[in-house]
Ligand binder design. Structure first.
Ligand code: AMP
Length: 215
């Protein structure tokens, strides 16, 4: 199973990817997570990336493609993977196709998680993450029991720098302009599947598995 997950920021791609990881034991590769790790490590690349990410824009293709090429070479990728947040534009999609053609391992599917535009703003501005265990909450839809504290481990919750309102508007604009065209790109290749990302996490996951032909 070699899958690309498509969808606007806040559509719930990461949540569905984690459920696929739990159930099928294949890695989730999120370029956003890889970039945030570089930011946290304070590397030169991380510093360059943070300035762009805080504005809600896309990190240069050269950086992201270099990171993905390295990640693709790792052994755990042989059993399949879920790409979450990559590709983000047509240039990245073409570069991914070229990388996979060399390995003779084409994508199995591109799955689009669709959520009405109006819902995305609340999902993103309300998002909070645990500093320690990574558990996600939403102040509107799934708040923690005590405000600002993780139910699971008691650590403090934080809001991602790029989940602030101005940045979110920009991220949604960038999505419409650069990433949404990938839906047609993969439709043209005959591998596009789509699910509605509205409703309970488990019922969406049921639909994800059905669309991907998984049991
Ligand atoms: P995400 O966690 O996927 O929403 O990504 C957070 C931010 O990281 C994005 O707003 C971009 O600035 C950057 N980013 C993540 N993936 C990519 C990518 N494939 N290409 C360019 N920038 C990316």
């Amino acid at each position: 199973m070699r899958i690309v997950l498509l969808g606007a920021p806040g559509a719930g791609k990461g949540t569905q990817a984690k459920k696929l990881v739990e159930k099928y034991g294949i890695p989730q590769v999120s370029t956003g997570d890889l970039l945030r790790a570089a930011v946290a490590a304070g590397t030169t690349l991380g510093k360059e990336a943070k300035a762009v990410m805080d504005k809600g824009e896309l990190v240069p293709d050269s950086i992201v493609l270099g990171m993905m090429e390295e990640r693709m070479k790792q052994d755990d990728m042989k059993k399949g993977y879920i790409l979450d947040g990559f590709p983000r534009n047509t240039k990245q999609a073409e570069a991914l196709d070229a990388m996979l053609a060399k390995l003779n391992m084409p994508l199995t599917a591109a799955l689009s998680v669709d959520v009405p535009f109006e819902d995305l703003m609340k999902r993103l501005t309300g998002r909070r993450t645990c500093k320690s265990c990574g558990q996600m909450y939403n102040v509107y839809f799934s708040p923690s029991k005590a405000e600002g504290t993780c139910d699971k481990c008691g650590a403090a919750l934080f809001q991602r720098d790029d989940d602030k309102e101005e940045t979110i508007k920009k991220r949604l604009e960038v999505y419409s302009a650069s990433t949404a065209p990938l839906i047609d790109y993969y439709k043209g290749k005959g591998i596009l599947k789509s699910v509605s990302g509205t409703g309970g996490i488990d019922s969406i996951f049921g639909e994800v598995c059905a669309q991907l032909g998984l049991k």
